[in-house]
Design a protein around this ligand. Sequence first.
Ligand SMILES: *[C@@H]1O[C@H](CO)[C@@H](O)[C@H](O)[C@H]1NC(C)=O
Ligand SMILES: *[C@@H]1O[C@H](CO)[C@@H](O)[C@H](O)[C@H]1NC(C)=O
Length: 188
Amino acid sequence: MAPTSSKFCVLLSLTLFQLHLVSGGRLANGSSPLNQGLEEKTTTIHFFFHDIIVGEEPTAEKVAEVEMSKTSMTGFGMVALFDDPLTEGPDATSKLIGRAQGLYASASQNDLSLLMVLNYVFLEGEYNGSSLSILGRNSIFSSTREMPVIGGTGMFRLARGYALAKTYSLDLLTGNAVVEYNVTVIHY
Ligand SMILES: *[C@@H]1O[C@H](CO)[C@@H](O)[C@H](O)[C@H]1NC(C)=O
Ligand SMILES: *[C@@H]1O[C@H](CO)[C@@H](O)[C@H](O)[C@H]1NC(C)=O
């Protein structure tokens, strides 16, 4: 019986849709089923990121480029992987607080903008073992760049926030850079 079965289908899909709303939606008090009963905290972490391309112990290396990279003014298509130290101060010998591990790719044909995909893994103090994940656009010659924090683990489970970056020093010959970061996250 066609009419009855299509009515049934409509009913079924309405029910599934409502179930989806309930399971995915936020509760009335603004908390989600995942963070119920937990208090929201805001944390800002300040550190310096050391990207060493040329040196005794490099921390970043190009892993790929495309045909267009050779003629592009911005090196479009280049991809590099890195495992960069994060330190308390701008000096490479200052206290290590974690590492930034991930990749950057030259993703703009018109300016030097990198697609950044990385995790900060913290190695000391109360954040030891916790991590934050970043996915964003880094227009490296802008004085301040902003990248979204899209998640985290450990102390930073369910984190969301943003990272602000400013170049502290850049060697144009080697590409080695020290970048100051303030990363602000809301977590529980
Ligand atoms: C961080 O945690 C690891 C693993 O639990 C431990 O081995 C290490 O000593 C800790 N580091 C600091 C500085 O507390
Ligand atoms: C980080 O915050 C400090 C203190 O407010 C400020 O002096 C510094 O300029 C900020 N740096 C960045 C990259 O936002």
